[in-house]
Design a binder for this molecule. Structure first.
Ligand code: PLP
Length: 407
């Protein structure tokens, strides 16, 4: 039985499935059919959940932590998340500013749905994480991609934002460290765009889910909460357990904003999904406590940082050596390499999607085409994979691409 397109609501009129998830699902399917696939498409830590978090989750399941919680999350978790998010910043560790959701994805959706609507425009730093424009569109607002300059690693400046804004601009969404580029705003760069947003009355949604995966000075990348609150206007910060705690499947994310907006986001969530799974919330609390005490979560995080840095160095070295015709953004955080595939374009392959299909078919390497991030000249490979897979993947890609890059 099929329904005709006109049976669907305009709410989902422009909805497309997540391209990143589509590629990784296809790669997994091909592998399960016996194809030799190197899957570098997934943005998922290949580390185990820290002990304290796993134990707390299991204890919750066994001990009756299996009922509803308040929509905004367990009060102890909201407080612990607030303390984690504002550590060493001037902002208050106020649990009532935090809403716990089923992943940072839901936090970001809640923010978009509560803040934007028909007639509003929302600036989205481009290349962008694939879900931002979809979330804005689901709120029936208009996403406006704002491309940063390639020679600044696509990071935005107030001039970029000024050129893209109109009287209808209500929001700005950026990620730092960025998915897909791995670029990281310095504190001064972040302050400049935050000040611009404040002056224009634009709400800044800052996605800091990769904040702990940083290769620069200090373990954490600069975050918008580090800034002088006087320079920052309306703000939502999204973060969560998925990346820093290797807890993608537990589905726990957080938002930090004003108490008023937090109450609205919790009210929305109360009608949509109510609460993040209770054992997952308990696990998140266990993980945050363990990190604060320097336990296994702290070890996992430092082990991950070391591994991701080593892999970043590896992939950069391999690209310099094997794919010199393919410029990339040198990652300062997160776990991706974003590179231009233009040198491979020919009559049969005129965009990144064509190149990625070719790489999957001819080399058995799965990476995500830049169409998913708003730029069909680029592609993104994940470095959240074993070193050997990264090396094998790049070598295989080089066999297919280098031939085209050096005609
Ligand atoms: N934001 C960015 C930039 C991401 O890359 C991801 C996941 O890939 C998310 C948010 C979603 O995180 P979560 O698993 O907490 O929903």
């Amino acid at each position: 039985m099929t329904a005709s397109p006109e049976r669907y609501s305009p709410n989902i009129g422009r909805l497309r499935p997540s391209a990143t998830i589509t590629v990784s699902t296809l790669a997994k399917k091909l592998a399960s059919e016996g194809r030799d696939i190197v899957n570098l498409s997934t943005g998922e830590p290949d580390f185990r959940t820290p002990e304290g978090a796993a134990e707390a989750g299991v204890a919750a399941i066994r001990g009756g932590g299996t009922r509803y919680t308040p929509a905004a999350g367990l009060p102890e978790l909201r407080s612990a998340a607030a303390a984690y998010l504002v550590a060493r910043t001037p902002y208050p560790p106020d649990g009532q500013r935090v809403v716990v959701s089923a992943g940072a994805k839901q936090s970001l959706f809640n923010a978009c749905f509560c803040l934007f609507g028909p007639g509003d425009e929302v600036l989205v730093g481009s290349p962008y994480w694939t879900s931002y424009p979809e979330m804005v569109t689901l709120a029936r607002a208009e996403p406006v991609p704002v491309p940063g300059a390639a020679d600044r690693d696509f990071l935005l400046t107030p001039d970029d934002l000024e050129a893209a804004s109109t009287a209808r601009t209500r929001g700005l969404i950026v990620s730092t460290p960025s998915n897909p580029t791995g670029a990281v705003y310095s504190e001064a760069e972040l302050a400049a765009i935050a000040s611009w947003a404040r002056e224009r009355g634009v709400t800044l949604i800052c996605d800091e889910i990769y904040r702990e995966i940083h290769y620069g000075e200090g373990d954490r990348a600069p975050g918008v909460l580090d800034l002088d609150p006087g320079r920052v206007g309306d703000l939502v910060v999204a973060n969560g357990m998925s990346k820093a705690f290797a807890m993608t499947g537990w589905r726990v994310g957080f938002s930090y904003t004003t108490r008023e907006l937090a109450a609205k986001m919790a009210a929305l969530q109360s009608h949509v999904s109510l609460n993040a799974a209770t054992p997952s919330q308990m696990a998140a609390l266990g993980g945050l406590r363990e990190l604060a005490e320097g336990g296994d979560a702290a070890h996992t995080l430092s082990e991950m940082r070391t591994a991701y840095r080593r892999r970043r160095d590896l992939v950069v070295r391999l690209f310099d050596e094997l794919l010199p015709e393919y410029p990339y953004v040198r990652p300062a955080g997160a776990f991706y390499l974003y590179f231009s595939v233009q040198s491979a374009f020919d009559d049969q392959a005129t965009c990144a999607a064509d190149i990625c299909t070719r790489l999957l078919e001819e080399a058995g390497v799965a990476i995500v085409p830049g169409e998913a991030f708003g730029d069909p000249r680029f592609a993104r490979m994940s470095t959240a994979a074993a070193d050997a897979d990264i090396e094998e993947g790049v070598r295989r890609m080089a066999k297919v691409l280098a031939a085209r890059g050096n005609p």
